[in-house]
Design a protein around this ligand. Structure first.
Ligand SMILES: Cc1ncc(C[n+]2csc(CCOP(=O)(O)OP(=O)(O)O)c2C)c(N)n1
Length: 286
């Protein structure tokens, strides 16, 4: 990973702003889709695609690439936007989100879009798939890593806990999992619907190394991943504390934006806010 200079940090924050704008544009064009989680994971996905992953957009099937699995497939717009800005496909293609025949299905489809490692949407499956890949990597003595992005509410699925157990047993230190800890799901607060806390202790008891960070702070995300990459003999989980809808004031913290897109007026307001943020990023650091 290259070092995080102040200039590099500005570039990454600007890239995250691009990714957020891409999310809004694709959602309003589609007229359906998931806003809150997509926006709140924009910093993590930007960090991954622009700084952390060993990958090559020109060679999406490069055997030595790190694998990135999006378990909570409904936040596909953030993955698509980050991939487009990272050079996997033209940014304009984001406007085809959810159209009939598009490569950008509402939930990611592996056979349609290169470098999408798994088809996802049914919650709770991605960690198990990542564990299988990480085991395969170990058996083949490969040095690529597996990164999995999960949501907090998908911890309500039993398979996820089986995967946690398996990763601990096989000491998969080539596996780093993120949790989008935004405390929301479709119907409200995760802690009211099915409490998860103490989440960090639960992972520790399954023999995972646990990290927590502000999932909307680019420098913190990257520093935390660097620490996770040094862990030996255990898988790592990064509890990324995020603000649902991050970057768009009227969405922030409001679970009702879990599964709906902005309309045209709301999208225009969101883009204006993001544009103002963008100028701020530049102004603060010049
Ligand atoms: C197994 C399964 N059950 C139900 C759903 C429908 N579903 C899609 S998103 C969602 C809410 C999940 O909340 P969370 O995963 O925390 O997402 P966030 O609100 O953070 O985007 C549900 C129940 C699903 N995709 N898979």
């Amino acid at each position: 990973m290259q070092s995080l200079t102040p200039q590099r940090l500005i570039e990454l924050r600007l890239a995250a702003n691009d990714v957020r704008q891409g999310i809004i544009r694709s959602l309003v064009a589609a007229g359906s889709g998931h806003s809150a989680g997509s926006l709140d994971m924009a910093d993590v996905f930007t960090a991954l695609y622009f700084h952390i992953l060993r990958h090559d957009p020109q060679r999406p099937d490069w055997a030595k690439r790190d694998r990135l699995l999006l378990s909570c497939g409904h936040i596909a717009p953030v993955r698509y936007s980050a991939m487009a800005y990272a050079g996997y496909f033209p940014v304009d293609e984001l406007l085809t989100l959810r159209r009939l025949g598009t490569r950008l299905q509402g939930h990611p489809e592996r056979m349609r879009l290169p470098a999408v490692e798994t088809t996802s949407g049914p919650l709770g499956e991605g960690l198990a798939q990542g564990v299988g890949m990480a085991l395969g990597g170990k058996l083949d003595r490969e040095d690529w890593r597996v990164y999995v992005v999960t949501s907090d509410a998908e911890h309500q699925c039993g398979l996820h806990w089986e995967a946690m157990m398996t990763a601990g047993k096989f000491k998969l230190d080539n596996l780093i999992s993120f949790i989008d800890r935004n405390f929301i799901q479709i119907d409200g607060s995760t802690e009211e619907i099915m409490p998860l806390e103490p989440l960090a202790d639960k992972y520790r008891s399954f023999n995972w190394e646990v990290f927590e960070c502000d999932g909307n702070d680019m420098a913190a995300i990257i520093a935390t991943v660097e620490r996770a990459q040094t862990v030996k003999g255990k898988p790592s989980v990064i509890i990324a504390n995020t603000v649902p809808g991050k970057g768009v004031s009227y969405m922030e913290g409001d679970y009702t934006w879990h599964g709906k897109p902005p309309n045209k007026e709301q999208a225009a307001l969101a883009l204006a806010q993001l544009q103002a943020d963008r100028e701020q990023i530049g102004a603060v650091h010049v």
